[in-house]
Design a protein around this ligand. Structure first.
Ligand SMILES: *[C@@H]1O[C@H](CO)[C@@H](O)[C@H](O)[C@H]1NC(C)=O
Ligand SMILES: *[C@@H]1O[C@H](CO)[C@@H](O)[C@H](O)[C@H]1NC(C)=O
Ligand SMILES: *[C@@H]1O[C@H](CO)[C@@H](O)[C@H](O)[C@H]1NC(C)=O
Ligand SMILES: *[C@@H]1O[C@H](CO)[C@@H](O)[C@H](O)[C@H]1NC(C)=O
Ligand SMILES: *[C@@H]1O[C@H](CO)[C@@H](O)[C@H](O)[C@H]1NC(C)=O
Ligand SMILES: *[C@@H]1O[C@H](CO)[C@@H](O)[C@H](O)[C@H]1NC(C)=O
Ligand SMILES: *[C@@H]1O[C@H](CO)[C@@H](O)[C@H](O)[C@H]1NC(C)=O
Ligand SMILES: *[C@@H]1O[C@H](CO)[C@@H](O)[C@H](O)[C@H]1NC(C)=O
Length: 344
C-alpha cells in the first residue's frame, strides 16, 4: 500500500520503485561506490547527539530526479517530503544545483549511511554520506566513599557511557600532584596501606567534550602510632606540660598513667587536654612528687600503643648537650688546654 497504492502511476511512485531497486542492496556492501559516486568517496559527517546535521548534495544542471534516502527509506523525493520525521527538513538551497537536507536534534539511531540519489539523463548516480553521532563521555555509576581497615582488599568501580567508547583513567590524589594508577572501569587495591588512603579520581574521556570526572574518598583505618612524646623539665611551683602526639584513624583517644595509676582529668592538680592527634597533661603547680615517669597511651578501634615521658626538675641532667657542658667536662677541657699551653 502506501505511496503506490493507486492505479494512477505517478512519477513519485516510479522514482520510489527505481530508488528502492537501486538501494535494496545490503547495507555494508560498498556496492559500486567508486563508479556510481559522482563526487568524492563516502564522506563522514560527525555531529554530537542533540545537534543538527546538514547533509550536502551537489547535483548538476542535467538532473531530472533527485532524492535523499536514509538507508533504503526515502526521506525526500524532489521537494516532496516522504519522511514523517519532523526533524528532517529540506534546506532552501539557494543554488539550483544544491539539494541538501538537515536533520535536527540528531540521536544515536540516526547514525548510518544516507544517500543522495540523482537521475541524470536516465543514468542513476548517488553520493553517500555516513552520519556519525557522538555522545560525550558520562559517568553513570561510581563507587561510593568507603572506609576500610588497613590490609583490606578494595575494588573501586567507575562505569561510563559515550560514543565513541570512553576510556577511564584512575588517579590517586597525593600531596604532590596526582599519581596515575590504572586504566579501566575497575581498580583493585590488595592489602591497602594507610598511605593509599585519600581521594581517588575517575576520569572518563572520549574527546567529544570535556572529560567527566568523579572522585571517591577512601578512608583507611589503622592503629595509633606515636609521632612525638618528649620529656620536659619544669621547676616546682610552676606550670608543667607533658605532650604526646599520635597518628591514627579513627583519631586516637588518650590515657595518661603515672606508674600503674591512671590519671584523671581535674584530679591531683592535673588537667588532660586532648585536641585532634595531640594530648597534653597539664600540671597547674608542679611539686616534687610530680617528677617521674609518665605513660601516654593512645588507642582506637584498631589497637593501642604507648610512650614513656619523664617530668624532671631543673637540676636533672637529661641530654647530651647539657652533659658535655657539665663542670667535670669544663675542668677536663681547661686541664688539656693548660697542658697544651705549658708544653710550648
Ligand atoms: C568514515 O568513518 C569510518 C568509521 O566510522 C571510517 O572507517 C572511514 O575511514 C571514515 N571515512 C572518512 C572519509 O573519513
Ligand atoms: C524555506 O522557505 C520557506 C518559504 O520561504 C519557509 O516557510 C521555510 O521555513 C524555509 N525553510 C527553511 C528550512 O529555512
Ligand atoms: C534513519 O533510519 C533509522 C533506522 O531505520 C531510524 O532509526 C532513524 O530515525 C532514521 N533517521 C532519520 C533522520 O530519518
Ligand atoms: C551501581 O553499581 C552497583 C554495583 O554494581 C549497583 O549495585 C548499583 O545499583 C548501581 N547504581 C546505579 C545507579 O546504577
Ligand atoms: C586479598 O587478596 C589477596 C590476593 O588476591 C588474597 O590472597 C587475600 O586473601 C585477600 N584478602 C582478603 C582480606 O580478602
Ligand atoms: C603551689 O603550691 C605550693 C605548695 O603547695 C604553694 O605554696 C603555692 O602557693 C602554689 N602556687 C600557686 C601558683 O598556686
Ligand atoms: C618509664 O617506665 C617504663 C615502663 O613503665 C619503662 O619502660 C621506662 O624505661 C621508664 N623510663 C625511665 C627513664 O625510667
Ligand atoms: C605499653 O606498651 C607495652 C608494650 O606494648 C605494654 O607491655 C604495656 O603494658 C603498655 N603500658 C600501658 C600502660 O598500657
Amino acid at each position: 500500500m502506501g505511496v503506490c497504492g493507486h492505479f494512477a502511476v505517478s512519477w513519485k511512485c516510479l522514482v520510489a520503485m527505481a530508488l528502492r531497486l537501486l538501494f535494496l542492496i545490503p547495507a555494508g556492501v560498498p556496492a559500486r561506490s567508486g563508479e556510481s559516486s559522482f563526487s568524492k568517496p563516502m564522506d563522514n559527517v560527525t555531529v554530537r547527539q542533540g545537534e543538527s546535521a546538514v547533509l550536502k548534495c551537489i547535483t548538476d544542471n542535467k538532473v531530472s530526479r533527485v532524492a535523499w534516502l536514509n538507508r533504503t527509506t526515502i526521506l525526500f523525493a524532489g521537494r516532496d517530503k516522504w519522511s514523517l520525521d519532523p526533524r528532517v527538513i529540506l534546506l532552501n538551497n539557494t543554488a539550483v544545483t544544491e539539494y541538501s537536507i538537515k536533520i535536527q536534534n540528531v540521536d544515536v539511531h540516526d547514525e548510518g549511511p544516507y544517500v543522495c540519489s540523482v537521475l541524470t539523463n536516465k543514468k542513476p548516480k548517488s553520493s553517500r554520506v555516513h552520519l556519525i553521532v557522538q555522545v560525550p563521555a558520562r559517568i553513570v555509576n561510581v563507587s561510593t566513599d568507603i572506609t576500610v581497615n588497613e590490609g583490606s582488599n578494595v575494588t573501586l568501580m567507575c562505569l561510563a557511557i559515550g560514543r565513541p567508547e570512553p576510556t577511564i583513567i584512575w588517579k590517586h590524589h597525593l600531596n604532590r600532584g596526582h599519581k596515575v594508577m590504572s586504566e579501566g572501569e575497575y581498580v583493585e587495591i590488595t592489602g591497602i596501606t594507610k598511605e593509599q588512603s585519600g581521594v581517588y579520581e575517575c576520569s572518563s574521556n572520549n574527546d567529544v567534550a570535556a572529560p567527566d570526572v568523579r572522585t571517591v574518598q577512601v578512608t583507611v583505618n589503622y592503629p595509633p602510632y606515636i609521632l612525638n612524646a618528649r620529656s620536659t623539665g619544669a621547676p616546682v611551683g610552676q606550670k608543667g606540660i607533658l605532650q604526646c602526639e599520635a597518628s591514627a584513624v579513627p583519631v586516637a583517644d588518650f590515657e595518661w598513667y603515672k606508674e600503674d595509676r591512671r590519671l584523671l582529668n581535674g584530679l591531683n592538680g592535673v588537667k588532660i587536654e586532648t585536641k585532634g592527634k595531640q594530648s597534653k597533661l597539664v600540671f597547674f603547680n608542679v611539686s616534687e612528687e610530680d617528677y617521674g615517669n609518665y605513660t601516654c597511651v593512645a588507642l582506637n578501634t584498631m589497637g593501642h600503643t604507648n610512650a614513656s615521658i619523664i617530668l624532671y626538675g631543673p637540676g636533672a641532667v637529661h641530654d647530651v648537650n647539657r652533659a658535655s657542658l657539665s663542670p667535670q667536662s669544663l675542668l677536663l677541657l681547661w686541664t688539656v688546654t693548660l697542658l697544651y699551653l705549658f708544653k710550648f
